[in-house]
Design a protein around this ligand. Structure first.
Ligand code: NAD
Ligand code: ZN
Length: 375
């Protein structure tokens, strides 16, 4: 629908109602090596009183390490260690919310997520469900969250997903794997301390970093692209090339990948991901393959859609000497393929972004079957 609007300038402009989306951004971010040590002073003004604690959801890879001593605990603050072995589930979010509500008489002052995309997504979802009734699966979808969430802080310890900047939290529910996409999902504060990513293994560094690289390729080659997402996507792509094809020092590399993740996340906020993510969702749903490695396993077979991106990816994998598993779909039954294909084709906005309005003519079930068969 078109409406005429007098904007009070010399000329009135014609704008299309609801054409432009109005996104929330992370209002506060601190960046720098060692910036984690400022967390205590960042949280202090947000402490309501001594009975309203901060709950720190921390990747259990840090359990028993000296890093835990740097978490600024006071009063009845609590650290909860969570495994990132599996991607976050709605039942897990509901259990954490139940535990916090039972243990404390009132809402916490805030939730702090420390870890990779898994922990960041859990922290966002818990913050939402502390103030919104029912199960987290009730909010999977777009703009279903009604009340503002509890103050929440994201502290990434591995770079690539862009979860630190996005307005979604991807959860596996009883019926679907889908994000809670809402204005209340975005973090209130993010702490970007590149030194926290020091202990990440080479393989995981590559898989999660490639998530960022693939975000850039899918955003920059998508039909939803605009100048906003292009500017962030180009910067993130440039940084990924420096990190994975250049000769940076380890500390420069950590800093640049952290900024690439941020920019990649900003790029897809105003566009969308594409074919690799759509196919990777099918793999993840059926086989539990994790996001980063799943995207890599799919992306290498997408020359037809992203020829330049796949060529770059091959250069990166060669330079970094990372091996990807192969043949994971070779033993699957026809009905398994059908499940993955249906899940993937259900990601309509991703396909439309990648291939345009007539995407169904290109993304046929046969085409998807042949790609999955190669993985
Ligand atoms: P992750 O959180 O799953 O962690 C991967 C592995 O790295 C885990 O074993 C973890 O323990 C380990 N790890 C993390 N930090 C470490 C450190 N400093 N030292 C040693 N080991 C460390 O990894 P990820 O790839 O960042 O996140 C994947 C998740 O992110 C998926 O659940 C995916 O759905 C989600 N995701 C969310 C968004 C979003 O916008 N919300 C976007 C993309 C992906
Ligand atoms: Zn991704």
């Amino acid at each position: 629908m078109e409406i005429k609007k007098d904007v009070g300038l010399k000329h009135s402009r014609t704008i299309e109602a609801n054409r432009y989306r109005n996104f929330p951004m992370v209002p506060r971010v601190i960046f720098g090596r060692g910036s984690f040590d400022q967390l205590g002073e960042i949280l202090m003004p947000k402490r309501r009183h001594s009975e309203a604690p901060f709950i720190f959801l921390v990747d259990d890879v840090f359990e028993g390490t000296s890093f835990i001593d740097r978490i600024p605990l006071i009063f009845n603050d609590q650290v909860v260690f969570v495994s990132a072995e599996e991607e976050p589930k709605t039942v897990q979010v509901d259990a954490l919310v139940g535990r916090i509500k039972t243990e404390f008489n009132e809402l916490p002052s805030g939730i702090v997520g420390i870890g990779g995309g898994t922990l960041l997504d859990l922290a966002k979802a818990v913050a939402i469900c502390l103030t919104n009734k029912g199960s987290s699966c009730d909010y999977q979808g777009w703009d279903l969250v009604i009340k503002p969430s509890v103050y929440h802080v994201g502290i990434p310890t591995i770079s690539g997903t862009g979860a630190e900047v996005s307005r979604t939290t991807v959860l596996l529910g009883p019926e679907k794997k889908l994000g809670i996409n809402s204005d209340h999902t975005t973090f209130d504060q993010v702490v970007l301390d590149p030194d926290l990513t020091m202990g990440v293994s080479k393989e995981q560094w590559f898989y999660t970093g490639m998530d960022c690289f693939i975000h850039c390729i899918e955003s920059l080659n998508g039909t939803y692209l605009n100048a906003f997402s292009q500017s962030y996507g180009e910067k993130a792509l440039e940084l990924c090339k420096e990190v994975y094809l250049g000769e940076l020092s380890p500390s420069d590399s950590r800093e640049k990948l952290m900024m690439a993740s941020w920019h990649g996340g900003m790029s897809i906020a105003y566009s969308q991901v594409g074919v690799a993510h759509a196919l990777s969702y099918g793999l993840s749903y059926l086989l539990g393959v994790k996001h980063g490695i799943g995207n890599c396993m799919v992306f290498r077979h997408l020359e037809e859609f992203y020829p330049e991106g796949v060529a770059l990816f091959n250069q990166m994998i060669q330079k970094q000497k990372v091996h990807l598993p192969t043949g994971i779909c070779s033993e699957l039954a026809d009905c398994d393929y059908e499940t993955m294909i249906s899940i993937s084709l259900g990601m309509e906005p991703l396909w439309e972004n990648a291939l345009g309005k007539d995407w169904r003519k290109i993304a046929t079930r046969e085409k998807l079957r042949s790609i999955y068969g190669k993985i």
